[in-house]
Design a protein around this ligand. Structure first.
Ligand SMILES: NC(=O)c1ccc[n+]([C@@H]2O[C@H](COP(=O)([O-])OP(=O)(O)OC[C@H]3O[C@@H](n4cnc5c(N)ncnc54)[C@H](O)[C@@H]3O)[C@@H](O)[C@H]2O)c1
Ligand SMILES: N[C@H](C(=O)O)[C@H](O)COP(=O)(O)O
Length: 330
């Protein structure tokens, strides 16, 4: 059975609809349904000069394997029209509706995995809804302890804290958060990626991993005790290591995944290594969710000058994870 993937089309003014339209032209061995506004997808296809037949479906309908040029759409209506590149807070509710509906449809097992096109966090907040990202929003619906991990060839980076102002990071790195994050990471590396005893490199928080407590104390008071405890439970953990040299190839060669303490400690390295080919995976959820490694690229919406590589990777990884969960490859 081919994996049944549900793809949310993201911020209407961004490149999400373009990505969906361009993906529809590819030969893909999965069944793909897009959650979004059919009128938006039609108009973006026209703008890009792509010929596309839309077929509307309802949750639970059987969608056949993908046929290039045909897109199955589970319709959700925007609240306002869209000019590519121009954000409109009136459509924030529509964007959230697609994500929420997608998460619920996967929970109900109508689909095997959710793949999300990028959203603009700022415009959702401008509309009055506190929103930090899909990762946190989806977990509120599905439950679970979400762990953001981005992966590209030769490198996986997971995060202890995600969309948090830097000023709040230190306080958020508690023993409980670190322990839960490591347990999810350890479990899902085995469950989803066939690595029963993953080798995890853990970053320190402070420069030079705190320099023995002279440049910050979190390594000594929080990180080292947690790692020591979890090593006793059988985890293969190295660290806390100074983040500036942790990512040297000789260190990565002996690791399956890196755990960074905060967003911009880990993701710049990952995106430098693989932007456009990387995938964002939410571990720790009862559903499979992947996404692209890039944002809404408002400057490129409607131009056709976009790289679909990360979306293709997000779709491929989602299908692979779904297969692993079905036991086909596990
Ligand atoms: N998965 C997601 O929903 C997701 C991921 C990252 C960022 N974002 C959000 O996107 C918004 C814009 O973020 P940003 O400007 O920091 O990053 P961005 O990724 O949108 O843009 C960074 C640069 O990369 C280019 N770019 C991005 N995607 C591209 C593609 N597919 N092909 C070619 N070029 C591409 C852009 O034109 C821009 O020059 C923010 O609100 C951010 O939070 C969402
Ligand atoms: N942190 C992600 C990145 O930099 O690519 C991005 O903001 C998306 O996060 P969500 O998947 O939580 O929306």
């Amino acid at each position: 059975m081919s994996s049944r993937l549900l793809l949310t089309s993201g911020e209407p003014a961004g490149i999400g609809p373009d990505l969906c339209v361009l993906l529809a032209g590819r030969l893909l061995p999965y069944s793909i349904t897009v959650l979004g506004d059919p009128a938006l997808l039609e108009s973006r296809a026209r703008l890009l000069g792509v010929s596309l037949e839309l077929r509307q479906v309802a949750p639970g309908d059987v969608v056949p394997p993908h046929e290039p040029g045909v897109l199955h759409v589970q319709p959700t209506r925007r609240r306002a029209g869209t000019v590519p590149g121009t954000l409109d807070a009136a459509n924030a509710a529509y964007v959230l509706e697609t994500i929420a509906e997608g998460a619920r449809a996967c929970l109900a097992r109508h689909y095997d995995a959710l793949v999300t096109a990028p959203v603009q966090k700022s415009v959702i907040n401008d509309a009055g809804v506190a929103f930090t990202g899909h990762t946190e929003f989806i977990a509120e619906i599905t439950g679970g302890w979400p762990v953001m991990m981005l992966a590209t060839e030769g490198l996986r980076v997971a995060l202890v804290t995600t969309h948090l102002p830097l000023a709040e990071v230190s306080r958020a790195i508690t023993g409980e958060r670190l322990t839960r994050t490591l347990k999810v990471l350890h479990h899902d590396m085995a469950y989803c990626f066939g690595l029963p005893r993953p080798r995890i490199l853990v970053c320190g928080l402070n420069p030079h991993a705190g320099e023995g407590g002279h440049l910050g104390g979190e390594e000594i008071t929080v990180i080292e005790p947690v790692l020591a405890r979890l090593r006793q439970e059988g985890m293969d953990l190295t660290g806390p290591l100074p983040a500036d040299t942790l990512f040297l190839p000789r260190n990565l060669a002996r690791a399956d995944v890196v755990l960074a303490m905060y967003h911009d400690q880990g993701l710049p390295v990952l995106k430098y290594a693989g932007f456009g080919r990387a995938v964002n995976i939410t571990l720790g959820l009862p559903i499979i969710r992947t996404s692209v490694d890039h944002g809404t690229a408002l400057d490129l919406a409607g131009t056709g000058r976009i790289d679909t590589g990360s979306l293709e990777e997000a779709v491929r990884v989602a299908a692979e994870m779904a297969e692993a969960r079905r036991g086909v490859k596990a």
